[in-house]
Design a protein around this ligand. Sequence first.
Ligand SMILES: O=c1ccn([C@H]2C[C@H](O)[C@@H](CO)O2)c(=O)[nH]1
Ligand SMILES: [Zn+2]
Length: 134
Amino acid sequence: MSHDALGQALMIRALAAREKAYAPYSKFHVGAALQTTTGEVFDGCNIENCSYGLTNCAERTAIFKAVSEGHAKISALAVAGDTDGPIAPCGACRQVIAEFAEKDTPVWLTNLKGDVQQTTVGVLLPGAFDASDL
Ligand SMILES: O=c1ccn([C@H]2C[C@H](O)[C@@H](CO)O2)c(=O)[nH]1
Ligand SMILES: [Zn+2]
């Protein structure tokens, strides 16, 4: 599959996962989809809680699903939300993404209008704290 086709497939999967969002408080629905280095695809949605700080973002839901199934290496990621421009992952998710991806791992950020920003994990979190700093 070409790079562009992979991005398209993951964005479609992220948009589908977004439909499952549990977001009764913010009403802001987000979906994410990733491919692992072993070729599997995992997706996730945001899951809120009445104790707001316990919310899990879509990106981390997808990553935790993959890691808990034994796939701890991400080779590509897409995120979709109903934003004006392409969605911007929060800082917490950028750090968690960095844990399981390489700096040059491609990331597609999109919205419901079809705006797309193709970036990389290293651009999303320059100067990341990582395991080599420990
Ligand atoms: O990239 C993002 C940005 C926000 N959210 C969620 C968290 C919360 O449930 C809602 C509003 O911030 O959107 C995500 O899941 N991913
Ligand atoms: Zn987040």
